[in-house]
Design a protein around this ligand. Structure first.
Ligand code: FMN
Length: 325
């Protein structure tokens, strides 16, 4: 599939996840076959006011492509200026956040609050599109609340503004991340617009990816939480959809090798102190679904050095060998 002129050859994209899908995790997911990656959302206001933290979030690696930068904001002119600034980081396209449910974003008239104003969505897309030469996409939700389901209307508005693709997360803002996810709304958007549609919500493995493609007709699936502690989900989806092969879950030794590499990268990018604090949640995710891992998960919550992490990983490998997990 193509987003504008940018070709996406893989079968599953990594979702933008603020505070989680950082440079290190994006590299790990790309190594495991993510079709493309999207950076953590960046405030258009922060960026245009010269906030250093916003600029740090924009960093993209030249060898992890295609890669998009995601901006949030509610003012078309500010979004356009921010997009121009973001171009210094050479994104393959600019994605516009119209789905974030967090009170400090939606309560500020940004993210999912835009779903209530399709005309403003159109204006934002158009302003950004006119400002930059790369494709522009929008990431929307099903609607704001169960009484305000309007993904089709918002998608059409974004398309009218010039959007090159639309990502649809099949939940309302009010649902935040709670079940159920509505894949039918993704199908409805796909039937309504001409541009490619990226389906998102609860794709967690090869079979759910196949089901998402089949039930919605989407052009690409996007995986968020299903990749946390399980970046190999991308190669599993690829192997199944391209070759019909269901790959086994990696062994504990393989999992721990990936976790260690991810944390090494986090340290290289952020320094050990910040990296180890953030590594705690990632380490716990790598133990998801393991019965008997509660004590290890607690230990992950106190990690403060690479040495401690290596020790924890070794214990987990031993525990699996002994059949304790
Ligand atoms: C921790 C976390 C951070 C997120 N940050 C962003 C973000 O910055 N921008 C965005 O568009 N969506 C963000 N999302 C939403 C995801 O991109 C995705 O739409 C959602 O998790 C549903 O997909 P999933 O069921 O595969 O996780 C975030 C989700 C999580 C769990």
């Amino acid at each position: 599939m193509f987003i504008g002129h940018v070709e996406i050859t893989g079968k599953a994209a990594l979702a933008p996840m603020a505070g989680v899908a950082d440079r290190a995790f994006r590299r790990i997911c790309a190594d495991h076959g993510a079709a493309c990656v999207v950076g953590e959302m960046v405030s258009s206001k922060g960026l245009t006011y010269g906030d250093r933290k916003s600029a740090e979030l924009l960093e993209l690696d030249a060898d992890i492509r295609p890669a998009a930068i995601q901006l949030f904001g509610d003012d078309p002119a500010t979004m356009a200026r921010a997009a121009v600034q973001a171009m210094d980081y050479k994104p393959d396209w600019i994605d516009i956040n119209m789905g974030c449910p967090a009170p400090k974003i939606a309560g500020n008239h940004c993210g999912s609050a835009l779903m209530r104003e399709p005309e403003l969505c159109r204006q934002i897309v158009q302003a950004v599109k006119e400002a930059v030469a790369v494709p522009v996409t929008a990431k929307i939700r099903k609607g704001y609340s169960k009484n305000e389901v309007n993904a089709v209307e918002v998608a059409l508005a974004c398309e009218a503004g010039g959007a090159d693709a639309i990502t649809v997360h099949g939940r309302t803002r009010d649902q935040m991340y709670a079940p159920p996810v509505d894949w039918d709304i993704i199908r409805q958007v796909k039937e309504a617009v001409k541009v490619p549609v990226i389906g998102n919500g609860d794709v967690v493995d090869a079979l759910s990816a196949a089901a998402m493609y089949e039930q919605t007709g989407c052009d690409l699936v996007m995986v968020g939480r299903g990749a946390l502690g399980a970046p190999w989900v991308f190669s599993q989806i690829e192997a199944y959809l391209v070759h019909g092969r269901l790959l086994p879950t990696p062994t504990m030794a393989q999992r721990m090798t990936v976790l260690l590499r991810q944390v090494e990268l986090m340290i290289a990018y952020k320094g050990e102190r910040v990296a180890m604090l953030e590594a705690r949640k990632h380490a716990a995710w790598y133990m998801n679904g393991l019965r008997g891992a509660a004590a290890f998960r607690r230990e992950a919550g106190t990690l403060s050095s690479m040495e401690e992490l290596a020790g924890l990983c070794a214990q987990l490998v031993l525990a699996e060998e002994r059949g304790e997990l």
